[in-house]
Design a protein around this ligand. Structure first.
Ligand code: FES
Length: 109
């Protein structure tokens, strides 16, 4: 796992946000809601909308196109959706906020 610094610690006291970022070539949706930070894939698995254009409600992100919901902790879609989004770990270290990105399998060889 590669840990990549995303923000200085001051982000922890900022307003809530939903941002689109690219980290290690992955397009991600970063969310700060109710004091917690989350990182998920930005592309909605339903029809490809950008989840970073959505909104949060009770620990879930709501896709702006067809209103499908995804749990920010687990990535699971709501009952009946039968889909999920990839989630990425966030870690707060002494010098900032980091995201964990798995090394691609081809870099192990
Ligand atoms: S594209 Fe996200 S719910 Fe349809």
């Amino acid at each position: 796992m590669n840990w990549i610094k995303l923000f200085p610690l001051t982000i922890l006291s900022s307003e809530d946000f939903i941002k689109k970022v690219t980290v290690s070539g992955k397009k991600l949706c970063l969310v700060k809601t109710e004091g917690k930070l989350f990182a998920i894939q930005n592309k909605c698995p339903h029809a490809g909308a950008q989840l970073s254009n959505g909104w949060c409600f009770k620990g879930k992100i709501i896709c702006p196109y067809h209103r499908q919901e995804f749990d920010l902790e687990t990535g699971r879609g709501a009952d009946g959706q039968n889909n999920y989004v990839d989630t990425y770990p966030i870690e707060i270290q002494e010098d900032g906020v980091y995201i964990g990105i798995e090394k691609p399998w081809w870099k192990f060889w």
